[in-house]
Write a protein that binds this ligand. Structure first.
Ligand code: 5GP
Ligand code: ZN
Length: 141
């Protein structure tokens, strides 16, 4: 039984507010209040961290991140954008399935983007944000 939450999301077995999907990569909204507004981009196959990422998955994940970044720009024109990957517990990684965080930023924001309505978005709000971003993706995936 595979317990990796991101593998379960990639297989459609766990709920997620999906932003984009291809055979090799997937993007969805982070559910955690502390990371409200982040979009997570993962390889669909289980890869623990950056050291194990194949060139093909690296390309697919980065291409999806760039496309989502453009869609975020088109939808919300954030003042800035961070692209982050933590690798290893000491670096702050807490789900050991490789992922990028795409973080829209607004002026005065400390470490995270405070997405329009609240610091504690509920599922409906994340679904709505995911829908809005999806509507601006150049290539629906
Ligand atoms: P890390 O801290 O490893 O860089 O990032 C892991 C991220 O995955 C955290 O921001 C956490 O909120 C997010 N996360 C963990 N479990 C789930 C989940 O079940 N669904 C979603 N959408 N995000 C999750
Ligand atoms: Zn996994």
């Amino acid at each position: 039984m595979d317990e990796c939450i991101f593998c379960r999301i990639a297989r459609g077995e766990a709920r997620a507010s999906v932003v984009a999907r291809s055979s090799r990569a997937m993007a969805f909204m982070d559910i955690a209040p502390v990371a409200a507004g982040h979009v997570l981009i993962i390889p669909t196959a289980h890869v623990a961290d950056i050291y194990e990422l194949s060139d093909e998955d690296a390309a697919a994940v980065m291409q999806m991140a760039v496309r989502v970044a453009r869609a975020l720009w088109a939808a919300f024109a954030p003042a800035g954008l961070n692209l982050i990957s933590s690798n290893g517990r000491a670096a702050g990684q807490d789900v050991f399935h490789f992922h990028l965080h795409l973080v829209p930023r607004v002026p005065g924001d400390g470490i995270r983007f405070r997405w329009p309505h609240s610091d504690r978005p509920d599922r409906d709000e994340l679904d709505a944000l995911a829908r809005e971003i999806r509507s601006h993706l150049e290539i629906a995936s």
